[in-house]
Design a protein around this ligand. Structure first.
Ligand SMILES: *Cc1c(COP(=O)(O)O)cnc(C)c1O
Length: 362
């Protein structure tokens, strides 16, 4: 195979990046270097600005995949006598719950079927019944199905009850317009390799400064201590506590510049929606059905039902891959599905090509 012609990754990340983002990694940087550290601080500032115009917020970068940042947040901001209400309608909501349980944090679960949106009235009732809850956590775009959850409504509900709101906007931040204010978020988590279109290696948490300031000493992990990481970045002018993913950070700086060049998040969101709508219209013409009704879809990723009981996903995947399109297996429990992501350096013309390749192989 010719490695110079990349696959088009139609996945929820790592996803297709531009050549210029990958080329940004062709040089070495010391993690203890003032140019590098000021680049880090500049990126932190840019991320904060993507989420809010207010100085109330600050951004902490954390090594690892996105889950590390979720675990860092959950493990660092909830006091030992705190309690977390987790909204769960998919694998990533469930993962937040697993993280809290592993860390022996008390939880209350607002569980919904994977194909149903989280319901604010259920969350409201649970918050009335459980005054011990201190924090509410949920997933914005549940990448399991591609569903968009009503994060803003649930965030507002959490605020009415005086709770702090942690939003896993991993797969949507940078690709859908949102702000700390619109979502009522105190902590918003995402990672380098999703809609900002960087490569994998770190995540970031946009935090309400006045709340983060109160979390010193709460962390249940040394390396994932969000407060300590923040303090080091603040005091050290952009230093990370431990070895940082220098190449990934360079690529991320390029990716953020390209997000700006594209016209910002709203313009990118329109491109993602154009990809997703074209995919859904085309795939239906080919006889496939989506798992979710259109009203529940996000522009990020779409779950598609197997067309027949005997459909061989592995074979289908292999045929598409041989034609350089990499799709994703399904993740829902009660239906046979596969997923196609529509984020990354992917354009409507790519989706048209994919559709003609699918027409050819089925
Ligand atoms: C990608 C993703 C994560 C993090 O997954 P990693 O594999 O750890 O990067 C968390 N939540 C959601 C909703 C995601 O889409």
């Amino acid at each position: 195979m010719d490695d110079d012609i990349p696959y088009l990754l139609l996945t929820p990340g790592p996803l297709t990046t531009t050549r210029s983002v990958r080329e940004a990694m062709l040089r070495d940087y010391s993690t203890w270097d003032v140019d590098y550290n000021s680049l880090v601080n500049d990126l932190r500032q840019q991320l904060t600005r993507l989420a809010s115009d207010s100085d109330e917020f600050t951004t902490v970068l954390m090594q690892g995949s996105g889950t590390f940042s979720v675990e860092s947040t959950v493990g660092s901001v909830i006091p030992s006598n705190g309690c977390l209400l987790v909204v769960n309608n998919g694998a990533y909501g469930k993962r937040i719950n697993s993280i809290a349980q592993r860390l022996q944090i008390d939880t209350v679960e607002a569980a919904f079927p994977e194909t149903k949106q989280a319901d604010v009235s259920v969350v409201d009732t649970l918050l009335q019944q459980h005054p011990e809850v201190t924090h509410v956590a949920m997933v914005h775009c549940e990448t399991t199905t591609g569903m968009l959850n009503p994060a803003a409504e649930i965030g507002a509900c959490a605020k009415r009850h005086g709770k702090l709101f942690i939003l896993d906007a991993m797969s949507s931040f940078g690709g859908m317009t949102m702000s700390m204010e619109s979502e009522s978020a105190d902590y918003l988590i995402s990672s380098a390799n999703k809609c900002i279109q960087g490569v994998p290696g770190f995540g970031f948490v946009i935090c309400r400064r006045s709340e983060l300031e109160r979390t010193q000493g709460l962390a249940r992990s040394l390396s994932l201590d969000l407060y300590d990481q923040w303090q080091t970045m603040e005091a050290g002018g952009g230093k990370w506590r431990y070895t940082s993913p220098t190449h990934v950070v360079r690529a991320f700086a390029q990716a953020l510049a390209e997000l700006k060049e594209e016209g910002g998040v709203a313009v990118r969101e329109r491109r993602y929606w154009a990809n997703q709508r074209r995919l859904v219209a085309g795939i239906r013409e080919l006889g496939f059905e989506t798992l979710l009704p259109d009203a529940l879809h996000s522009p990020i990723i779409t779950s598609i039902l197997f067309p027949t009981q005997t459909f061989d996903f592995q074979e289908f995947y292999g045929k598409l891959k041989a034609r350089r399109f990499v799709i994703y297996p399904g993740k829902v429990t009660n239906a046979d599905t596969f997923r196609i992501g529509t984020i990354g350096n992917v354009h409507p013309a790519d989706i048209d090509q994919l559709l003609s390749v699918i027409a050819e192989v089925i």
